[in-house]
Structures are given as structure tokens and as C-alpha cells.
Design a binder for this molecule. Structure first.
Ligand code: CP
Ligand code: NVA
Length: 307
């Protein structure tokens, strides 16, 4: 069987994403009922984190344990990868020992190189290019609250960085309309915008992007690794804050999402974060259910659909 990886949303066909999301809903219901499926009994996930994380680490680790397996946290401070052992060599060694590897790092090419030399599935747990695991959770959460996302209008407000790039891919895979408002100089990857075609609109005015939107999404103004640009970014992004006035332009039943961590008073106000339209806590919880389904999909092969 060819090894499947999840480095981008585009690695899966739409029907495969749909199977993962359906299973995520089932896993969530099972957890509520106190059932503990042991579908990944004795399987081991290696987790390489070259950047900080709360949600991603805990959801993957707890998810593996809840499915009967386990996870090993690997930080560059304590592994030879951090001392310069080649990615190719690390991939060949680790993938002879564990059943899947999850990687969070800056350079997307590192994850691609690792996957190319890995015998086991590799999952992108955030690079500077994209964050596909987060979008599984976001689509799951939207559909849990509002039904099918296909044909709906989504507004991205803020930095055209990894999360925005992933929303562009999601618009293709899940067939929604995406209006992006970001300041000049902070545009998303132009190749992704071009490939997404007419369903993605790149704008400058956040109000124009948000009008009539069913979902409004933002992210921090300075991502991990951009901390030294924070002061300049606070100026450049000031007109892009998601606040009550901006949300008032969206559809009356619009939802607000943020991958978190959030900087209240910068990209989003406390009022919106804590307001009735915010589903950020369900969104964070969905990381657990969707990634458990993703792990099963990658590790169980044909048995996935017999779950
Ligand atoms: N949203 C997200 O990936 O959060 P963490 O950085 O805490 O993992
Ligand atoms: N854009 C953010 C997302 C964090 C989950 C970052 O890269 O830091």
C-alpha cells in the first residue's frame, strides 16, 4: 500500500475529507457517551515540534491515547535533529520505529523532504506555508453549527500567511466562496490564489470582504517567528481588527473563528471573542475529534470505512 501523507488539504480528495469529517463526528459522539474505541491500539505517533504549541500537541497526544495508542514528543532541543542530523536520515530512522509522524516547523520544504524519505504517514501540523489540520477543525465546526459550508461565503481578515493560504485551499476542496482582506505587502501565496480561481477574491477593504459573510475568520498579526515585526505589523494591521462594527456587516447569523492563540485588542476584540457569534472553543475542541479521524484514515487503510 502506498503511504499517504497529509501535508496540504489538496493531498486528499473532497470525498476523502468528507469521510474524515463524518468519522470525526462519530468519534465526538462516542467520546460524549464515554466509549473508548481502540482503533489505534499499540500504534505510536512521533511528534516533532520545532515551534511552540498548545492545541496541536495536546490534541494529537490525547487523541492517540484515547484511541489506544501513544505519542512521543520530540523537541529539537533534545533530539539529534536539533543538532543538525539531516532531515532525510531522521525520517528514515524514525519511520522505522513509529507508525506516523507529525511535524510542526517553519520551512514547508522540510516537511516535504521528511515525507519523501518516510515509510509512514507524515502530517503537517503547521508550517509557514499552511496549517491543514486547523482547517479540518474549522470546517467541522462550521458544519456542526450551520450545516454544509459548500456555497457559503467566508471572509478572511488579516495576514495572508499560513492560515489564509489554507483557507484558500479549503475554498477549493469544500467549494465555498472566500473573500480575503489583507493589507498590501501581506498577501497570501499568489499561486494558491490563482489556482483557486473565481471563488477566491483578494481585497484590501475588510468591510467589503465581510459584507454578507456566513463566517468571519482572523489570525494573529505577528505569527510565530515574526515577533520582531510586531510593532510595524500593529500599525499596518490596525484597520483589520475584527470588532463589533465589522461583525455587524456580516450575515446576522455569521460565526466568528480564530485558530488561537488570540491577541485580544489586536486582531480581535474581547467583545467578539466572547460574543454569541464566536465558536472558538468548539473550534479548538474540534482539533481533537478531526485529528483522531485523520490518524485513523492514514493508519487503518481499507479498515477505516469498517470503523
Ligand atoms: N491553533 C493551533 O494550532 O494552536 P497551537 O499553536 O496551540 O497548537
Ligand atoms: N499564524 C499563526 C498560527 C498559529 C496556530 C502562526 O503561525 O503563529
Amino acid at each position: 500500500m502506498t503511504v499517504r501523507h497529509f501535508l496540504s488539504l489538496l493531498d486528499f480528495k473532497t470525498d476523502e475529507h468528507r469521510r474524515v469529517l463524518r468519522r470525526a463526528a462519530a468519534l465526538k459522539a462516542m467520546k460524549v457517551r464515554g466509549e473508548r474505541p481502540e482503533s489505534l491500539r499499540h500504534r505510536v505517533l512521533g511528534m516533532i515540534f520545532e515551534k511552540a504549541s498548545t492545541r496541536t500537541r495536546v490534541s494529537f497526544e490525547a487523541g492517540m491515547v484515547q484511541l489506544g495508542g501513544s505519542a512521543i514528543f520530540l523537541s529539537p532541543r533534545d533530539t539529534q535533529l536539533g543538532r543538525g542530523e539531516p532531515v532525510e536520515d531522521s525520517a528514515r530512522v524514525l519511520s522505522r520505529m513509529v507508525d506516523a509522524v507529525m511535524i510542526r516547523t517553519k520551512d514547508h520544504a522540510m516537511v516535504e523532504t521528511f515525507a519523501a524519505h518516510s515509510r509512514v504517514p507524515v502530517i503537517n501540523a503547521l508550517t509557514d506555508y499552511n496549517h491543514p489540520c486547523q482547517l479540518l477543525a474549522d470546517v467541522f465546526t462550521f458544519e456542526e453549527h450551520r450545516g454544509a459550508i459548500a456555497g457559503r461565503k467566508v471572509a478572511w481578515v488579516g495576514d495572508g500567511f499560513n492560515m489564509c493560504n489554507t483557507y484558500i485551499n479549503a475554498a477549493r476542496v469544500f467549494d465555498f466562496e472566500l473573500s480575503i482582506a489583507c493589507p498590501a505587502g501581506y498577501d497570501p501565496d499568489p499561486a494558491l490564489v490563482e489556482d483557486a480561481g473565481a471563488r477566491v477574491h483578494l481585497l484590501r477593504d475588510p468591510r467589503e470582504a465581510v459584507v454578507g459573510a456566513d463566517l468571519v475568520v482572523t489570525d494573529v498579526w505577528a505569527s510565530m517567528g515574526q515577533e520582531e515585526e510586531s510593532a510595524r505589523r500593529r500599525v499596518d494591521f490596525a484597520p483589520y481588527q475584527v470588532n463589533g462594527a465589522l461583525m455587524a456587516l456580516a450575515a446576522p447569523d455569521a460565526l466568528f473563528m480564530h485558530c488561537l492563540p488570540a491577541h485580544r485588542g489586536e486582531e480581535v476584540t474581547d467583545e467578539v471573542m466572547e460574543g454569541a457569534q464566536s465558536v472558538v472553543w468548539d473550534e479548538a475542541e474540534a482539533r481533537l475529534h478531526t485529528q483522531k479521524a485523520l490518524l485513523e484514515f492514514l493508519l487503518l487503510g481499507d479498515a477505516f470505512d469498517r470503523n
